[in-house]
Design a protein around this ligand. Structure first.
Ligand code: MG
Length: 347
């Protein structure tokens, strides 16, 4: 089987509700996504998607994906898409770094492998685990009432884990946390995600003021070294997100005891091939994971859900479905939020 053609489509994904990260940064009311179709000489077509959260969130931008695929595609024509590691080595030889560009191509190859073998990707990722996967609510920053309103929408969908964006001001953040924690039900858990907005002193003031057994704090400060210092001076579990760009970052975090969990963003670390390697390392070393896409639609969510479906429940905190956040549908079927769990929607 050989790759015969690679097609690229740009899709604008309007958000249901305008979204901003901590401190009002990274405001977005739509996402710019790239959907890729890989065709083969045997008539099998695979689909992939790549979508950064705008241009200011991480070292990635939407037009970069399309430019990078234009660079990479000629190198892949004629190769066997079922050999996902070999395809990845070819991409890494042709273009150093730029992992987020390679993710959509990698996903389309995995889609072909799944179709050819007749197996869901979760089986190819180590085997399906019969477990319900929790979906987390992604709560944009706002007043305590606005944030609780977002949480209520998530609760109404059945979500029991919520990720709340904070990080604008120490006093306001403490008020937000106290209000939100009071509102949660006994079986719920919450992450407060500063997206790197705090200085070390701010992080310590907030984190060492609030107490509750159900809190995780995510990416308190911008750099890895700052987060590591915060880790050593607080007792809440810490999730590293923006610091985790590739496999070696996770190895380093494990060696330094820098976090208890990571946000495994499949697109950012280079797609399913690389995300699976990180997932396996985390399972071996006791690091818990939130698995998510950086953006995109139900196509990108599909890879996230299959990776989660083959990850032990002990190590999986939640997934985030971007499909919950956008107004349009890019594909039939796929995993949709039903009662706080991703369920396959029949085509
Ligand atoms: Mg985050």
């Amino acid at each position: 089987m050989k790759i015969s053609q690679i097609s690229v489509y740009q899709v604008t994904l309007p958000l249901k509700h305008p979204y901003s990260h901590s401190g009002g940064r990274f405001y977005a009311d739509k996402l710019d996504s790239t959907i890729v179709a890989i065709d083969t000489d045997e008539g099998v077509r695979g689909w992939g998607e790549g979508c950064p959260w705008g241009s200011a969130y991480s070292p990635a931008f939407a037009q970069g994906i399309r430019a990078g695929i234009k660079e990479l595609a000629p190198q892949l024509i004629g190769l066997d898409p079922r050999r996902t590691d070999s395809i990845y080595r070819t991409m890494d030889m042709a273009l150093v770094g730029h992992l987020y560009i390679k993710s959509a191509l990698d996903m389309a190859c995995w889609d072909i492998l799944g179709k050819v073998t007749g197996l869901p990707l979760c089986e190819l990722f180590g085997g399906r685990i019969d477990q319900a996967i929790p979906i987390e609510t992604s709560v944009p920053t706002g007043t305590p009432d606005e944030m609780i309103e977002s949480i209520v929408r998530g609760q109404e969908q059945g979500n029991r884990i919520h990720s709340c964006k904070i990080g604008s001001d120490v006093v306001q953040d403490i008020e937000r946390i106290k209000a939100i924690v009071t509102h949660l039900l006994a079986n719920e858990s919450v992450t407060f995600d500063a997206n790197g907005a705090w200085l070390i002193a701010d992080a310590l003031q907030v984190m060492n003021t609030v107490t509750a057994p159900i809190l995780y704090f995510e990416q308190p400060c911008k750099t890895y070294k700052e987060c590591l210092q915060v880790r050593q001076l607080t007792r809440h579990p810490i999730i590293l997100d923006e610091c985790i760009q590739d496999y070696n970052d996770v190895v380093c975090a494990h060696t330094d005891k820098a976090c208890e969990a990571i946000k495994l963003k499949v697109g950012r670390v280079g797609g399913l091939t690389k995300a699976k390697r990180i997932r396996d390392f985390c399972v071996e070393t006791g690091i818990r994971m939130n698995i998510a896409a950086t953006g995109g639609s139900v196509i990108e969510d599909a890879g996230v859900v299959h990776l989660a479906q083959s990850t032990p429940a002990t190590h999986l905190r939640a997934v985030c479905l971007i499909d919950d956040m956008i107004t349009i549908n890019t594909a039939m079927g796929g995993a949709r939020n039903q009662g706080g769990k991703p369920m396959h929607q029949k085509e």
